[in-house]
Every structure is written in structure tokens, then in C-alpha cells.
Ligand binder design. Structure first.
Ligand code: TIU
Length: 231
């Protein structure tokens, strides 16, 4: 059993039954010149999470932990884009429109893909999700069931939107979530703080909040996993 310092109390998890889930670290949200910045957001606030998440990703891979990446986006024909989501914000340039990095939040476009620093390795599942939560209208739950995963370590963006929604969905499905405070980020500092408070309040009503350094210390004590067979 691994025990990671966290709030409201230590997070216990079993190697082999815990997965790393990295939420929506996509160019459209995180990179300068993307959709997020075009909406007037300061992407440097999100980019703070890249380096610590890259370190956690490397440590997780070293131990053989299942790593899952998610991307928010839609089919090129936009048949899975609710009219309400398209209309929301009354944007001049919104989802499906031509943006600075291709059509905004459309699968297959450059801006929709994961940033180079955190790119998926061969064999790591990438879950394409049309909503904010990673369980809604995806096969994430069945992937986790098939691999006997019961606990999730969560990184990604944004803390109060896709991270929080995913953690709440996971909680209702019986998963324990540890959210790494320095590996999640928001365009709004106040939302970052409060979104993390909400997760760990009331004895961990939705889950745990920890720091990447404390997780890395624990992962560093695990043996290196055998490399996957070639092919
Ligand atoms: N991934 C994610 O959080 N999607 C968003 O739309 N986030 C915003 O903060 N808008």
C-alpha cells in the first residue's frame, strides 16, 4: 500500500490499482496563440502545471502505472456538439470555427491535440470527451474497470471545470481521487484555490488534494517496472 501525504488525510493506494489521469493538456487551452488565450485568458497560469506534471508522468511511467490522457473536443461534423455548448458565450469564434491552431476543439486539429511536453506514449489510452467530465459519453469507466483501477491521481486543466467535473463523476462511480495541486491549474487564481478547497472539504467529500513532490517521494521507492515487450 502506498501512502501519500495529502489533505484532509493521507491518500492510500495500491500499485496496480491506481492510474494517472491527465486532463485536457491541449494546445487550445494551454499554448500561447490558442483558443484559451484568444478568449482573453492568461495561459501562463495554466503553463505552471506543465513541468510538475511532466515529472509525475515520468515517475508514473517508470513504475508501470497506467497513464490515461483526455482531450476535450468534437467530431469534425460536430454531431456530438450540443447546440447549447456551441451557443454558450456568444463567441464570434467558437467551437468548430477556424481558430489560430485549426478548427477549435475539433478532433484531428493541431490545437485539439496534447502539448508536446506531455504527449502520450505508445499504449497509453487517450480518451476523447465531448463534455467537461471525462466519464460522460466516453469509455473511461470501462477502461478503468478492465484494468482493475480503483484510484486516480489527477492532473490537468482547468481545475474548476474539467478537473472538478471529472473528480465528481469519478467519486460517484466509486473511485478515490488524489488531485495534485501543483499539477492542476486555472485561468482564475481564486477558482484554483476554491476548486481545490471544495474537493477536500468535509473530510474529502470528493477526494484528496496533495502535492506532486510528496507523490514522487513515494513513487521513487517503487521498483522500476519491466519494460513492455517490443511490438
Ligand atoms: N478542459 C477544460 O477545463 N475545459 C474548459 O472549457 N475549461 C475552461 O476553463 N473553460
Amino acid at each position: 500500500m502506498l501512502r501519500v501525504r495529502a489533505e484532509p488525510y493521507e491518500f492510500s493506494c495500491e500499485p496496480g490499482h491506481v492510474a494517472l489521469v491527465i486532463i485536457d493538456m491541449q494546445r487550445d487551452f494551454v499554448d500561447p496563440g490558442g483558443f484559451g488565450e484568444a478568449l482573453g485568458n492568461d495561459v501562463s497560469l495554466l503553463r505552471r502545471a506543465i513541468a510538475p506534471t511532466a515529472r509525475v508522468l515520468a515517475a508514473a511511467r517508470r513504475t508501470g502505472m497506467l497513464v490515461i490522457h483526455t482531450r476535450e473536443g468534437h467530431r469534425p461534423d460536430l454531431t456530438d456538439l450540443p447546440a447549447t455548448k456551441k451557443a454558450r458565450g456568444r463567441l464570434r469564434t467558437g467551437i468548430g470555427d477556424a481558430g489560430p491552431m485549426g478548427r477549435i476543439l475539433v478532433r484531428g486539429e493541431y490545437g485539439h491535440d496534447i502539448i508536446d511536453e506531455l504527449g502520450p506514449a505508445p499504449g497509453e489510452p487517450v480518451v476523447d470527451k465531448p463534455g467537461k467530465g471525462a466519464f460522460h459519453a466516453t469509455d473511461l469507466d470501462s477502461i478503468l474497470h478492465s484494468r482493475a483501477i480503483r484510484q486516480l491521481i489527477v492532473c490537468g486543466v482547468t481545475t474548476e471545470v474539467c478537473v472538478n467535473t471529472t473528480v465528481r463523476e469519478a467519486n460517484d462511480r466509486g473511485y478515490d481521487c488524489l488531485v495534485l495541486a501543483d499539477c492542476v491549474a486555472s485561468y482564475f487564481p481564486e477558482f484554483q484555490r476554491v476548486a481545490l478547497e471544495m474537493i477536500k472539504a468535509q473530510g474529502g467529500i470528493f477526494g484528496w488534494v496533495g502535492a506532486s513532490g510528496d507523490l514522487m517521494e513515494v513513487l521513487g521507492q517503487l521498483p522500476e517496472a519491466a519494460p513492455l515487450p517490443a511490438g
